[in-house]
Design a protein around this ligand. Structure first.
Ligand SMILES: Nc1ncnc2c1ncn2[C@@H]1O[C@H](COP(=O)(O)OP(=O)(O)OP(=O)(O)O)[C@@H](O)[C@H]1O
Length: 799
């Protein structure tokens, strides 16, 4: 049997085992009624002729070759994850137990099961460096439509019952074994013992222990007849260690370092079909016989339903549930298993009828198609599928790229260069946004740490100081409310930019991911490939039909010839039969090819759909990316405009501030000058007052002198006149001086009042400046203008 990696259909293989005539049969003088056509796997009984996959015993292949040819490939398949079943079928006493080796006793190594165990352990030995294994064994029997655990030590006690037939006592309290179907259709046994075995000895012990527990009994046809269907199951769990980077593709193996496989091998020794008359059974044995035959009948119905191509195509119901035996063998017949059926027959002419039935039964089973798949851990399975798909697509790409012209390659290269350039531009833009965002971030960080408006302004002020010149002092005039608004605006902008950048990064990441996935699909138009597959399928279908017609024709000829019994006809019949066989093989081959093509086509369609979906997703992400980039640009532009207007405003304020500063300096200088004038005038006033006092003093003394002179001797009239004249002049001069001084005093008082008022205003200005709180810009400006005007007036006063 060939390895079946892809899980395609695979027919049940049938081998016939013809045992030699045994003691009783010889004693009865039985004759050999079965012939094997030399060099062919063909058995003839009477006028009937059947072709099988293998025929052993009699003049067929030696029975010793059976394991190598039929069972060893199944054992190998276990290590690839394929389930397998070996099923021995035949009438009672035909040699099923002998062939299977189910009754392993005292280490006697006859039959298939001991050989399976040997092969299994020697294979494990060779693979132990690359895999870890776990083996489990279960052994059950179906006796009178009940499933029994042959490895359960509690039910090991066997008891001979009254009529001498073997039987078992079921232990109360232990729940019966139940057949269950898992959600993915796998048949399991709930409640049966699963022994973990590590050595060949342990496994052989399990077989021996189970065999001892099996229900057997003596009948007229077999001294030790199996009264139940026995199923010995070996489960092989394998953890394969893969070596990353070793495989040629070098892609998926990098991430897949373990492969978990689990496969089961069912070794089934059925109870033999029997006729109560011939076995001479009665009582319990008779009832057993009825159950045995019932189970085998159900098996026959299942085989009929599955073996008939017409019924299968019509989707006829397969009666698996009619018996526990068929239910348990559901996977082995028409399911997930590679199955070999061994039809055991007796060559004795007294068994000819049963032998013919067995051969018919077996012949039908050959048409059963199973669907073995690798039983792999779902993740490993998924990985493998992807790898296969990748390999397939890579091969396809290679094939396709052979036909791609130089121009096309050049165009693709150009496109790649173009895309890379766009990508670089976008990355650069992104970095710029990021840098801007980072520069803005330091302000929010400071403001966040401080947590109040005044300190926020301080933070921003420091930030601005780092950018602006030292004449910033005047920008203190902008109120703290404005600064808070600015900070909030910048914060908002930074956060928005950051979140948009993040979004853009995420989109870029998704895009990269999707595009790398897309690369796996190659991106080529595969319509031509599909057409090619479709054409190929049709060709195969036609070829198959032609071969089938040829087969039908030959069959008809063979029918005609079998009616004709002369030697020539026999020869022709043989020739036709041979041709028929080769045609059968051809049909099978074509079927396989056809299935392969269908699988390929399906796979192709699936990958096309996936590629289309991926392409749509990429388009969608690209559209989102463009939108996002536009949004980022818009936002940046808005912020830039806002920033520019804000800076303009600031510049205006600074200009205004400088002008005010200049005015202040001017006023201070004027004030200084006025102070000096005031001082000078005050000194002049003091001088004038002093002079006035002196004059008044002089006047008083002259008055006194005059009165003394007039009251005295008054001798000279001219002298008196002159002195009066002098006195009058003097008086007049004094009066003029007094008047001048008064006028000057009033003027000085006015100037002083004006200066006092100006001083008050300047003090107020100084006070505001030292408190770092300026009067509102407009007010300050107006006040400045007022002061200047006022000072001009004062100046005029002086001039
Ligand atoms: N290939 C063989 N060579 C020699 N003897 C055989 C061979 N096959 C079977 N026998 C003998 O035939 C007898 C019946 O065989 P076995 O018990 O295996 O039959 P069976 O089909 O299992 O019968 P049952 O269905 O009643 O259990 C046994 O005595 C066995 O030794």
């Amino acid at each position: 049997m060939e390895a079946n990696i892809s899980g395609e259909d695979c027919c049940v293989k049938v081998a016939v085992q013809i045992r030699p005539l045994i003691g009783d049969e010889r004693l009865q003088g039985c004759k050999d009624c079965v012939t094997v056509v030399p060099g062919k796997s063909q058995v003839q009984i009477g006028t009937h002729s059947f072709t099988f996959d293998h025929v052993y015993g009699s003049t067929g292949s030696p029975s010793t070759a059976m394991f190598e040819e039929c069972v060893a490939p199944l054992v190998d398949g276990l290590f690839q994850g394929y389930n397998a079943t070996v099923l021995a079928y035949g009438q009672t006493g035909s040699g099923k137990t002998y062939t299977m080796g189910t009754s392993l006793k005292d280490g006697c190594q006859t039959g298939l099961i001991p050989k399976v165990m040997n092969a299994l352990f020697s294979k494990i030995e060779t693979l132990k460096h690359e895999s870890e294994f776990q083996l489990h064994v279960s052994f059950i029997e179906i006796h009178k439509e009940e499933v029994r655990d042959l490895l359960d030590p509690s039910s090991a006690s066997k008891q001979e019952i009254a009529n001498g037939h073997a039987g078992k006592i079921s232990i109360p309290g232990r729940p019966p074994i139940q057949i269950r179907e898992t959600s993915n259709g796998v048949i399991t046994l709930a409640g049966s013992t699963e022994c973990s075995v590590k050595t060949l000895r342990e496994m052989a012990d399990c077989l021996e222990q189970g065999s001892l527990n099996r229900a057997t009994g003596s009948t007229n046809m077999n001294n030790q007849s199996s009264r139940s269907h026995a199923i010995f199951t070996i489960t092989v769990e394998q953890m394969k260690r893969l070596h990353p980077g070793i495989s040629g593709d070098g892609i998926l193996n990098d991430c897949m370092t373990e492969d978990y496989l689990c496969a089961k091998l069912h070794l089934v020794d059925l109870a033999g079909s029997e006729r109560a008359k011939r076995t001479g059974s009665d009582g319990l044995r008779f009832k057993e016989g009825v159950h045995i035959n019932k189970g085998l009948l159900a098996l026959g119905n299942v085989i009929s339903a599955l073996g008939d191509e017409k019924k299968r195509k019509e989707g006829v119901h397969v009666p698996y549930r009619d018996s526990k035996l068929t239910r348990l063998l559901q996977d082995s017949l028409g399911g997930n298993s590679r199955t070999v059926m061994i039809a055991c027959i007796s060559p004795a002419d007294i068994n000819a009828e049963e032998t013919l039935n067995t051969l018919k039964y077996a012949n039908r089973a050959r048409n059963i198609q199973n669907k073995p798949v690798i039983n792999r851990d779902p993740i490993s399975n998924e990985m493998l599928k992807m790898r296969q798909q990748l390999e397939y697509l890579q091969a396809e790409l290679c094939a396709r790229s052979g036909g791609v012209s130089f121009d096309e390659i050049q165009a693709l290269k150009d496109r790649i260069a173009q895309l890379e350039a766009t990508n670089e531009d976008l990355s650069r833009e992104l970095n710029e946004f990021r840098n801007r965002g980072a520069a803005m971030e330091q302000y929010p960080a400071e403001t966040k740490a401080c947590g109040n408006g005044a300190v926020k302004s301080e933070g921003l002020k420091r930030g601005l100081q780092s950018m602006e010149s030292s004449d910033y002092q005047m920008s203190d005039s902008s109120d703290s409310g404005d600064i808070d608004e600015d900070t909030a605006k910048e914060l908002e902008h930074t956060y928005l930019q950051n979140s948009l950048d993040k979004e853009l990064n995420e989109l870029n990441r998704q895009l990269e991911q999707k595009e790398s996935q897309m690369k796996l699909f190659g991106g080529y138009d595969t319509t031509a490939l599909k057409q090619h597959f479709g054409k190929k399928l049709m060709e195969l279908e036609e070829e198959k039909r032609a071969v089938q017609c040829e087969r039908d024709r030959l069959l008809a000829e063979v029918e005609n010839l079998s009616a004709n019994s002369d030697g020539q006809a026999q020869k022709l019949q043989d020739m036709h039969a041979q041709k028929l066989k080769s045609l059968e093989a051809q049909i099978q081959e074509l079927k396989k090819k056809q299935e392969n093509q269908v699988q390929l086509l399906k796979q192709k369609q699936k990958s096309d759909e996936a590629a289309k979906k991926l392409q749509d997703e990429i388009q969608c992400i690209k559209a989102q990316k463009v939108q996002l980039q536009q949004k980022i640009k818009q936002e940046a532009e808005q912020f830039r405009q806002w920033k520019a207007s804000r800076e303009k405003e600031l510049l205006q304020l600074r200009k205004e501030g400088r002008r005010n500063e200049y005015e202040r300096h001017k006023l201070q200088a004027l004030n200084q000058r006025q102070k000096m004038v005031l001082q000078r005038k005050t000194e002049e006033a003091a001088m004038a007052t002093k002079r006035l006092k002196e004059l008044l003093e002089a006047r008083k003394s002259s008055t006194r002198e005059n009165s003394v002179k007039s009251n005295g001797n008054g001798i000279n009239g001219q002298t008196t006149e002159k002195s009066v004249q002098r006195w009058i002049d003097h008086e007049l001069e004094v009066l003029v001086n007094v008047h001048e001084v008064r006028y000057e005093y009033e003027k000085q008082s006015q100037v002083r009042a004006a200066l006092a008022e100006e001083l008050a205003v300047l003090r107020q200005v100084d006070e505001f400046a030292s408190k770092a709180v300026s009067p509102p810009r407009k007010k300050w400006h107006v006040q400045g203008i007022f002061d200047v005007t006022y000072c001009k007036n004062v100046k005029n006063c002086f001039s």
